[in-house]
Structure formats: structure tokens, C-alpha cells
Design a protein around this ligand. Structure first.
Ligand code: GLN
Length: 477
């Protein structure tokens, strides 16, 4: 079996037919990850013991004639901002370099209960802040499609392992685009579910009102399977939603004839030509599938980046206050006083982007500026959400580009943070509104670089989003 191209149904079939054991498959996947990883540095660390233990449990269930679970024997990678009991979780930061969590995230617990095997933790931007994976304290990830280019960020490692075939599926996190943008850059499927759909318990907080956990996969069906396993109410996360989880496989079987798809005009002006051409082609394909294409407007789109960078930095400055050297791992050895310990720990433990955001966030929350920035940003966030709700009175789904450009070269945007922030211009709106959105591969540029199409639907309508994505995938592969 070629572990690099396997899908979840193929693994299930092979295990149930006893063509191989979960342990054999797991060993093969681990060996493949070990040889391939140095080229991309997508994994920060592998977890062979944990994966093999899980594989043996799957084999025992199969031998006992029990259902081994929806993810039985599936090698899964987990972004290193999601905690794993007994397995180092670094957030790609010096601050947590040796942090070994005492508990599992709910998403991790659920995927392992369904037979999934955690084979390693993936590299990312430090505390999920970035769009290129170059902010990792442990070195960048390279895009497996073109090794001189970035994989996108912040979940660059989770996208890269799936594209490279060193995992079948993976979990990432998205605050302003960190699942969709790397999925687009690496040519894989990436889903940001509705805010609250997947429990954030055990996701190290960056901006709590915007943080989501979501899946990456090579097929829409595999992504839907991982989403379904991890989704649903969790008592341990007060923001996790009570809304029932739909039967995604059944939803995906339905056709999309008559579905109304909106194209927001604000997302198509100023788009790089090749990306624009590929999205236009994808829209033609949706027409052929029987969708009604409708021009719409999301008038507050222009304010999204400014709004996002006020809200996310404000929340980050508060969430990152806990890394003070008194708790959790890193403490600077270079200080003789308590205040010096705080200063030096934070000065030496955080990278430049984290410091930039802590400073910005502290500023927008300060007494004199709170109303002018933070409160105003909350109001604009509401207007952006209203734009979507109004659009959904007219259409069932919205289609847009994911990123204005395909994967760029390593180093290309590092000297200009504002230019880097623009990478997320099309993804941030969906995050602010908390609606489900995803990236599905929509072809490649003349240089062979993948481009993703973004699909967005109403709150909790993951089923409608997946139906459209699956119909498009079926028609184009
Ligand atoms: N690139 C955006 C940022 O730097 C989004 C990050 C994310 O979604 N985690 O904040």
C-alpha cells in the first residue's frame, strides 16, 4: 500500500479485509514520515509509541469483531498548538519548548476514540500568528509542491504533511485563515467549521473569540469524516455549540442543481490574474453542475483586516499574559529580581511577531484608546457578520478566492508585516463572522502552484458547504 496517497475508506477496507494490520500500516507511515520530513520540516516531532499503541488497540478491536471506529488505523497529524497528554506541545515557541501537557484536547480525545493514530505534531507559526509558517521558533516549513516556497500559515505543517503524504489527515487551527490559506497553497482540502462546532478545549488560545479547530485532507470526504468525529457539544468548552452534527456523508451524496451561489464583487477586484482565471473556471464548473450564480455584495469587506488585527491582538495580549516564567516551562536564567524574571522570560521566550501583537493588543485595550479601537472594531465585526446574514437571504453559499496569490517564496514577505497581513484579506471576513468556510483545490497556475476555491455557508450549514465542495471535486477529478 502506498501510504502517501491512501484515503480513509481505503484504509478501512484494507483493515477489515485483513490485507494488512493497523500496526503494519502505522509502521510504514512512520517510516515514510521519518524519511520525507527533513525536506519540508512539517513535523516538529513524531510520536511513534503513541501511534503504535493506538494501532494495536485497533487490531485488537478488529480481532474481537468490534467496529474499530470511523478513523480506525488512520495516521493523523496534529498541529502543535493542540495539547496532547504526555506529548510535547510547543506552539512552535521557545516559551513552551519543553511543555508536556497533562491532558488531551477534546478533539484529540475524540479522534483517538474513533481509532485515529496520532503520528506526530506539526510545525506552525508561533502561537498560530502568521501566514507563511516562517514565524516558527524552530525554523520554517517548506511547501512540498515547491520547496523554495512557503506552505502558508499558520497551520503550514498540517497542510504540508497531507500534501506530502506523511499523514492521511490532520488537524489545524484557524483564527483568520490559518486552515484555508495553507490548504490552498499546498493543494489540499481544509475546513474552518462554524465557531463553536468543534470544542476549543485544549487548543492553546490565541484569540479566543476567533479560534477554531478544523481538518485537512486530500479529499472532501476524508475532511468531512475527521470533522464529524471531532465536532459536537463539549461540556468543557462553554462556547461549544449545542447544534446537532449533521450526517455529512449523506449530505454530500445529494446534488447541487438549483443551489444559489453568490459571488461577492469585493473579492474579485485586484485579484492576481492566474488565481482569478482559475476561480472563474471553477465558477463555470459550478454553473455546469446546475448552480445558479448570483452577483452579491459584502460591503464592509474593506474593513476586515483592520478589524481583525485590533480584535485578535487585543485577545492575544490577554491570552499570552500567562507565559510569565512563573508557570509553564521556560524561565529566563538571566535575572536576579522578580520583575527582571518577567521581563527577560517574555523578552527571550517570545519571537518578534508575538511581541508585536502583544504590544498592539495592549495599546488598543488601554483605557485611553479602548473606545476608539477595540469597541469600534467590535461594532464593525458585527456589520461584517450582518453582510453575510443579508447575503444568505439571497443565496445558499458564497464562493470566493482563498488568497490573492499562490504560495510565495520563503523570505519574500518577511520584511513587511503589513504585506504579510494582506495574505488573509479573503479569509478574515468568514472568521470574524464565525461561519463555516473551506478551501477546495481548484487547479494549478502555469508554474504548477495550487490555487484553492473558498466556499462559505450559513452558521452550522457545514452540510451544504461540503455538498458543494464534493460535487465540484467529483466533477473535476
Ligand atoms: N494569518 C493570520 C494571522 O496572522 C491568521 C492566523 C490564524 O488564522 N491563526 O493572524
Amino acid at each position: 500500500m502506498n501510504v502517501a496517497t491512501l484515503t480513509i475508506p481505503e484504509i478501512r477496507k484494507a483493515l477489515l479485509a485483513k490485507a494488512c494490520s493497523a500496526e503494519e500500516l502505522c509502521r510504514e507511515a512512520l517510516a515514510f514520515a521519518e524519511t520525507e520530513n527533513p525536506s519540508t520540516h512539517a513535523y516538529l516531532h513524531l510520536s511513534p509509541e503513541r501511534a503504535l499503541d493506538g494501532a494495536r488497540r485497533v487490531d485488537a478491536r478488529i480481532a474481537a469483531g468490534e467496529d474499530p471506529g470511523a478513523l480506525a488505523g488512520v495516521p493523523v497529524a496534529v498541529k502543535d498548538v493542540i495539547v496532547t497528554k504526555g506529548l510535547r506541545t510547543t506552539c512552535a515557541s521557545r516559551m513552551l519548548e519543553n511543555f508536556v501537557p497533562p491532558y488531551d484536547a477534546t478533539a484529540v480525545e475524540r479522534l483517538e476514540a474513533a481509532g485515529g493514530l496520532i503520528i506526530g505534531k506539526t510545525n506552525c507559526d508561533e502561537f498560530a500568528m502568521g501566514s507563511s509558517n516562517e514565524n516558527s521558533a524552530f525554523g520554517p516549513v517548506r511547501n512540498p509542491v515547491a520547496l523554495d516556497r512557503v506552505p502558508g500559515g499558520s497551520s503550514g505543517g498540517s497542510a504540508a504533511v497531507v500534501a506530502q503524504g506523511t499523514a492521511v489527515v490532520s488537524l489545524g487551527s484557524d483564527t483568520g485563515g490559518s486552515i484555508r490559506q495553507p490548504a490552498s497553497f499546498c493543494g489540499v482540502v481544509g475546513i474552518t467549521p462554524t465557531y463553536g462546532r468543534v470544542s476549543r478545549y485544549g487548543l492553546v488560545a490565541f484569540a479566543s473569540s476567533l479560534d477554531h479547530i478544523g481538518p485537512f485532507a486530500r479529499t472532501v470526504e476524508d475532511a468531512a469524516t475527521l470533522l464529524r468525529v471531532t465536532a459536537g457539544r463539549d461540556e468543557r468548552d462553554a462556547t461549544s455549540a449545542l447544534a446537532p452534527v449533521d450526517d455529512y456523508p449523506a449530505a454530500m451524496a445529494a446534488d447541487v442543481r438549483g443551489m444559489k451561489v453568490g459571488l461577492p464583487k469585493e473579492y474579485f477586484a485586484g485579484l492576481a490574474s492566474e488565481t482569478g482565471d482559475l476561480i472563474a473556471k471553477a465558477v463555470d464548473q459550478l454553473k455546469e453542475l446546475g448552480c445558479d450564480i448570483v452577483d452579491i455584495s459584502l460591503p464592509h469587506t474593506d474593513y476586515a483586516i483592520a478589524t481583525y488585527y485590533i480584535i485578535c491582538t487585543a485577545e492575544a495580549s490577554s491570552n499570552l499574559a500567562r507565559y510569565d516564567g512563573a508557570r509553564y516551562t521556560f524561565r529566563s536564567p538571566n535575572s536576579g529580581t522578580l520583575e527582571g524574571m518577567y521581563r527577560n522570560t517574555r523578552g527571550e521566550g517570545f519571537g518578534a511577531e508575538c511581541k508585536r501583537r502583544i504590544m498592539l493588543g495592549t495599546y488598543v485595550l488601554s483605557a485611553g484608546y479602548y473606545d476608539a479601537y477595540y469597541r469600534k472594531a467590535q461594532k464593525v465585526r458585527n456589520l461584517i457578520t450582518q453582510d453575510f446574514l443579508r447575503a444568505y437571504e439571497q443565496v445558499d453559499a458564497i464562493v470566493a478566492p482563498v488568497s490573492p496569490f499562490p504560495a510565495f517564496k520563503l523570505g519574500e514577505k518577511m520584511s513587511d508585516p503589513l504585506e504579510m497581513y494582506l495574505s488573509d484579506i479573503y479569509t478574515i471576513t468568514g472568521s470574524l463572522a464565525g461561519i463555516p468556510c473551506m478551501s477546495v483545490p481548484a487547479g494549478r497556475t502555469s508554474d504548477g502552484l495550487p490555487v484553492g476555491m473558498q466556499i462559505l455557508t450559513k452558521h452550522f450549514d457545514e452540510a451544504g458547504m461540503l455538498r458543494l465542495a464534493r460535487a465540484y471535486e467529483r466533477a473535476t477529478s
